[in-house]
Design a protein around this ligand. Structure first.
Ligand SMILES: Cc1cc2nc3c(=O)[nH]c(=O)nc-3n(C[C@H](O)[C@H](O)[C@H](O)COP(=O)(O)O)c2cc1C
Length: 117
């Protein structure tokens, strides 16, 4: 198929949204710190483009500290109605301050989420 993995991913994500799959943008994010013990938790996808996936979290959280120590992570989406899982591995970089600030002011009141992409 003549398409990039990101384009294909966006197609599946759009299908999942159209089907009304609950939390279709939620994914398991696995990180390790210096001790190399993998830790996984759910986060929400906030954007996706050719640069990669964007999610937000508090830099002082466990995952934030682990990503500072080791910026490699793994993501896994599962859309049961599509009978698909998508697994993504790669480097995590902090989004620009401008992008993070934009998200910070738009976030729901009470959220402590900050910035990683
Ligand atoms: C469906 C779902 C979505 C979540 N989305 C986020 C998110 O986008 N960012 C975030 O920091 N935590 C999110 N959380 C909370 C994390 O799973 C986790 O409990 C929290 O961030 C602390 O993780 P840590 O101690 O490994 O850093 C979400 C939890 C659930 C169940």
């Amino acid at each position: 198929m003549n398409t990039t993995p990101i384009v294909r991913f966006r197609e599946l994500l759009a299908q999942a949204e159209q089907l009304g799959i609950q939390a279709h943008n939620a994914f398991a994010l696995a990180t390790t710190g210096k001790e190399l013990q993998p830790a996984a938790r759910m986060v929400l996808l906030k954007d996706v483009d050719e640069q990669g996936l964007v999610f937000y979290t508090n830099l002082q959280s466990r995952k934030g500290r682990q990503l500072t120590d080791n910026p490699r992570a793994s993501a896994c989406f599962w859309w049961p109605q599509l009978q698909r899982q998508v697994r993504i591995e790669g480097r995590v970089e902090q989004v620009s301050d401008q992008e993070a600030d934009k998200y910070f002011v738009s976030r729901p009141r009470g959220s402590q989420i900050a910035a990683w992409a």
